[in-house]
Design a binder for this molecule. Structure first.
Ligand code: SF4
Length: 278
């Protein structure tokens, strides 16, 4: 296939996702999150369009089994600012609508609400990431958290299944901030959460923005944490502690909650919220 790929070809042992495929309408991402794990892609902060995308997408969709689950996007954002004028993702939705597949949209942008007319015709769910109100310094070019929460509410009111990705949980943040987000997003259908994982470059970017975190993160991750595949994790004990804070709050609010790539069991029907797609 040319533009749709098998999700997680590296078979991460902690991945609990159902079988799915990955599709990125754009290469690279403009949101510039310092904690981003996809920066192994060359020139990652430069958003690029793909040649003959519509044709190649159609060709790949023809090859997919019926009812296949497509995740859009995992190593970019389908709604970078240029999508407002270029409408590449919108064109992809118009094409996908003609196939019997399920679509999980993952974004950090409120531009997604523009396409609600198409989303209503698709078998889809929309996941929007919000990490905190104080964490915006680490995701400087993404829309404000308040705008993303408004987008979730708008989609909910339009009948689209919605997922809050409270992800990543940054270990220096206070739990009250996560509670504030969850309380504002009390209406979501599912919460997917995970702790911050670090690679050398993301560690350096975070430490550059906030030098006070350098020693703190060094100890938590490189001394007391563990390396799994190519990322540094917090210790399992600390991950369990942070994740249970979010899980318990979700329980109180009556929202299903799952963990992404943590190796820690959860009760929700799927980790990514794909169970919501009918
Ligand atoms: S929105 Fe996602 S892909 Fe884009 S920079 Fe942020 S973490 Fe990376």
């Amino acid at each position: 296939m040319k533009v749709i790929a098998e999700f997680d070809p590296w078979k991460n042992p902690l991945c609990t996702c159902p079988k799915k495929y990955s599709f990125n309408p754009y290469t690279g991402c403009a949101h510039k999150c310092d904690y981003c794990y996809a920066t192994y892609i060359p020139n990652f902060w430069e958003v690029r369009e793909k040649k003959n995308l519509s044709k190649r997408l159609e060709g790949d969709l023809e090859k997919l089994p019926r009812n296949a689950l497509i995740s859009m996007s995992n190593s970019s954002d389908p709604y970078p600012p240029i999508e407002k004028t270029r409408k590449i993702t919108r064109r992809c939705l118009e094409i996908i609508k003609n196939y019997d597949v399920r679509l999980l949209i993952i974004t950090k942008s409120n531009i997604v609400i523009r396409d609600v007319d198409l989303l209503r015709d698709l078998r889809c769910a929309v996941a929007i990431t919000v990490t905190g109100f104080s964490s915006r310094i680490f995701e400087p070019l993404a829309p404000k958290p308040e705008e993303r929460i408004e987008a979730l509410k708008f989609l909910k009111d339009c009948g689209i299944p919605i997922i809050l990705r409270l992800d990543p949980l940054m270990p220096w943040m206070k739990k009250e901030e996560w509670f504030a987000i969850l309380e504002k997003c009390y209406f979501v259908d599912h919460v997917a959460t995970s702790t911050l994982k670090l690679r050398k470059d993301s560690f350096e970017r975070i430490a550059k923005i906030n030098p006070d975190l350098r020693e703190f993160l060094k100890q938590l991750y490189f001394e007391r944490g563990e390396k799994i595949c190519s990322s540094w994790y917090l210790s399992k004990e600390l991950r369990e502690k942070l994740l249970s804070v979010v899980e318990n709050k979700c329980k109180e609010l009556g929202i299903s909650c799952a963990f992404c790539r943590e190796g820690i069991p959860f009760k929700a029907k799927s980790c990514d919220g794909s169970h919501l797609i009918k």
